[in-house]
Design a protein around this ligand. Sequence first.
Ligand SMILES: Nc1nc2c(c(=O)[nH]1)N[C@H]1C(S)=C(S)[C@@H](COP(=O)(O)O)O[C@H]1N2
Ligand SMILES: [Mo]
Length: 323
Amino acid sequence: MSLRDALRIPSFEITDEAVYRDRRRVLAALAAAPGLGLAGCSDAAPPPPPSKFVVSPEQARSGFRTSEAPTRYEDITTYNNFYEFGTGKGDPSRAAKTLRVKPWSVAVGGHCAKPGVMSLDDLIKGDTPEERVYRLRCVEGWSMVIPWLGVPLADVLKRFEPTSKAKYVAFTTLDDEKQMPGQGYRSLDWPYREGLRIDEAMHPLAFLVTGLYGKALPQQNGAPLRLVVPWKYGFKGIKSIVAITFVEKMPFTSWNDSQPEEYGFFSNVNPNVDHPRWSQKTERRIAGTQSKLFAERIPTRLFNGYADQVAGLYAGMNLRQWF
Ligand SMILES: Nc1nc2c(c(=O)[nH]1)N[C@H]1C(S)=C(S)[C@@H](COP(=O)(O)O)O[C@H]1N2
Ligand SMILES: [Mo]
């Protein structure tokens, strides 16, 4: 396979081992070739987060709702990305029943004063789940409007007392091929992992989700606990979380590992930074009618429409380099 062909592989349609191996070879070759270095894959550390940015409670709250019509429950729960259950949009809702969501425990550790392994109930104890209607913009170009039920990520994280060495937070999905048969395919380096800079994780819009439409989270949507970061592409919203770790260095993330030139660590929704293989200028909502899967194209907004709340997190940062 030529380099050009290999780079054209649609990363969300990878199904077999041979393709996976080939792609790894191409990436290794790219890494070894000086001058082919791509923005965002440099060894340089990103600039430190701005020290002064604070979002007021009123400003934050204005991001918790939208007047846009929510996507239908049937669509939110049958059109999914959850590669642990297959790469097709309909696979997770058919296959995810093998995931046992009770009992569930989450290990919280790394650079914090009070690490611990706890049941999900203990993890969110004392927090009353609230509803927030957030847009979800998938990097592939479709989007939904979802009434999530959850708790602010910051409230949970603070109880573990992260230390000054906690510059990032790493999240890990369950690693169990028996419950997640898609892990038998090397579509990604399992378990699925994601991460946020600590100030992003502490931002009031970052949300730990336990339900949607007022009901417990269905398996296919990431039960019993998933992350939702509404200003970032959907893949940052890691599902079925079993570990949260405070770390000093930018952590490994699955999509960045898989295609570093296509999926940067930050992955903020940005219509001005195209994906190498497609434009990010527009998106299509899941339409919610029997006859039509997608609605007409609409413009994608910077930070998925949450710029008022989150742009300050990236003051002075080159969003093309740190995509
Ligand atoms: N563990 C895990 N989390 C994941 C994924 C995945 O494949 N595995 N897919 C991501 C992607 S690409 C998107 S767009 C969202 C989709 O969430 P939804 O199916 O609830 O709409 O989940 C994200 N979280
Ligand atoms: Mo996605």
